[in-house]
Design a protein around this ligand. Structure first.
Ligand SMILES: [Mg+2]
Length: 241
């Protein structure tokens, strides 16, 4: 039996696909010019940049929420008559993303099957995610995975972002797990693989076809791009010891 800690965004929950769906709706509702896909891509780049900033400086998510839509309007050249109009529109968009995005359930192919197999083999499954509990738990529910996970540790609850040791320690403690019997599985070499290794865990790196470029150099114990193949890869690694 192993304790398996999973990252959520871009590991289980398909960040790009869910945002594309959300922006299709928002774009048509708002009557914005151009293609919805361009709005989604620009939003994600802006949002990622702001998240990099708060993670580097240990700031709260409100910093991101106050800035991402005003920056998006500017980058997309949306003509607005006043600062006040931009503020009101940004607030309306924030309300919609909060209301809708976490209930979108596009995940990576094979995730539910892999989770079911791993649980059937007696492993304990958990999540460690940089995010806020409410929306992150809704994403897990939208994926249909709520019953698989024992502990969902968020950066908001731990007051610390991956790769910091504090959030890893909080997750291990909540799960009653020793690092030596634990794995961290995620898409980010910096936050999941190096963070997990520094916490004393073994690590598996998920590389989706449409993954972001690597954000660090690291040597995970396993690499995989197909969730259907993951349970066997893990079992092999566990048997090799
Ligand atoms: Mg991730």
């Amino acid at each position: 039996m192993a304790h398996l800690f999973f990252d959520l965004d871009r590991t289980l929950w398909h960040h790009e696909r869910n945002h594309a769906l959300f922006f299709q709706g928002l774009h048509s509702e708002m009557g914005w010019p151009g293609a919805a896909g361009d709005w989604a891509v620009t939003y994600l780049a802006t949002n990622d940049r702001l998240w990099d900033h708060i993670q580097a400086h240990n700031l709260g998510v409100d910093y991101v929420r106050a800035r991402r839509f005003p920056l998006l309007f500017r980058e997309m050249g949306l003509s607005l008559s006043s600062v006040r109009e931009a503020e009101l529109l940004a607030a309306a968009c924030e309300a919609r993303i909060k209301e809708r995005l976490p209930d979108m359930g596009a995940g990576y192919e094979g995730v539910p099957e892999a989770c079911a197999v791993l649980r059937a083999r007696g492993h304990r499954l958990h999540v460690i995610t940089n995010g806020v509990a409410g929306p992150q738990e809704r994403k897990i529910a939208a994926l249909g995975l709520t019953d698989h996970f024992d502990v969902v540790m968020t950066s908001d609850a731990a007051q610390s972002y991956k790769p910091s040791g504090e959030i890893y320690r909080a997750a291990l403690e909540a799960a009653g797990a020793r690092a030596s019997e634990s794995w961290m599985i995620g898409d980010s070499l910096m936050r999941d693989i190096l963070g997990g290794q520094q916490a004393g865990m073994r690590t598996a790196w998920f590389r989706a076809e449409d993954a972001l470029p690597p954000d660090a150099e690291a040597a995970p114990d396993l690499e995989f791009g197909d969730w259907h193949a993951f349970p066997e890869l893990l079992e092999g690694a566990l048997q090799r010891g």
